[in-house]
Design a protein around this ligand. Structure first.
Ligand code: ADP
Ligand code: MG
Length: 244
């Protein structure tokens, strides 16, 4: 058995009196695509943010490639550098060209030369269908293009896994498909992915596993076709009846 890419054990997280994660257990295997669905406020973003310790958990364990990220001895920067993150709101640097958005961290964090950073950036822009946009500023791109730049930027750091937090939720409907296509390509290439999404079609088609969260717990998880087609829990049924 190989070490899971991500393993979460009995994770609890509160904001003040509000317990947002109430004992979460799950894992993501290498090369697996795990989709997470659930109502707004159920703790999906908090869970994702706990995985690279953008949020501090109150108790429990998160192991990334077997490394305990809450252990004070752990080199957190090293762990984080293996995890690419893509958010709903792109988070590109608005004052930098597309190319610079993709090269700056390669140079500063990876210590790559400018030449190598540019080569890698160009290859990843090509991959997301944005060759030729190197010198444009993010504000001049559509939301879908900006999100694909954000994905290309994350890929340029050679992550072992990618975490997506509702990557298409801020996009106009006609721009969603291009972003999902890029994510499908990544999945087919074997990228380990955890994807919080409301795109049930993507979850069904691309996901190896579907996790339904509600009220800070995992209510149900399994094969996406099973969970979506034959939900076992009343809360899952109620949620799906609203979104499907
Ligand atoms: P989801 O992504 O499923 O919509 P979140 O993880 O964003 O859910 O939020 C879960 C709960 O945690 C919500 O009640 C939200 O108000 C609360 N919450 C999230 N982040 C913070 C924060 N930084 N401070 C206080 N409460 C927060
Ligand atoms: Mg969220």
């Amino acid at each position: 058995m190989s070490t899971p890419a991500i393993q979460v054990k009995d994770l609890h997280k509160s904001f003040g009196d509000n317990e947002v994660l109430k004992g979460i257990d799950f894992h993501v295997d290498n090369g697996e695509v795990v989709c997470v669905i659930g109502p707004s406020g159920s703790g999906k973003s908090t869970l994702l943010r706990c995985i690279n310790r953008l949020e501090e958990a109150n108790s429990g364990q998160v192991l990334v490639e077997g490394v305990d990220i809450f252990d004070p001895e752990t080199d957190l920067d090293a762990v984080r550098s293996r995890i690419g993150m893509v958010f709903q709101q792109f988070n590109l640097f608005p004052h930098m060209s597309v190319l610079r958005n993709l090269t700056v961290a390669q140079e500063k964090v990876r210590g790559r030369s400018k030449k190598e950073s540019v080569e890698i950036a160009r290859a990843n822009l090509d991959k997301v269908g944005l060759s030729g946009r190197e010198n444009v500023y993010p504000g001049h791109l559509s939301g879908g293009q900006q999100q694909r730049v954000a994905i290309a930027r994350a890929l340029s750091m050679d992550p072992d896994m990618m975490l997506f937090d509702e990557p298409t939720s801020a996009l106009d409907p006609e721009l969603v498909g291009d972003v999902l296509d890029v994510m499908k390509t990544l999945a087919s290439e074997g990228m380990t992915m955890m994807v919080v999404t409301h795109e049930m079609g993507f979850a069904r088609e691309v996901g190896d596993k579907l996790v339904f969260m509600d009220g800070g717990v995992i209510v149900e998880e399994g094969d996406p076709r099973e969970v979506l087609g034959n939900p076992q829990h009343q809360r899952t049924q109620a949620f799906l009846s609203k979104v499907l």
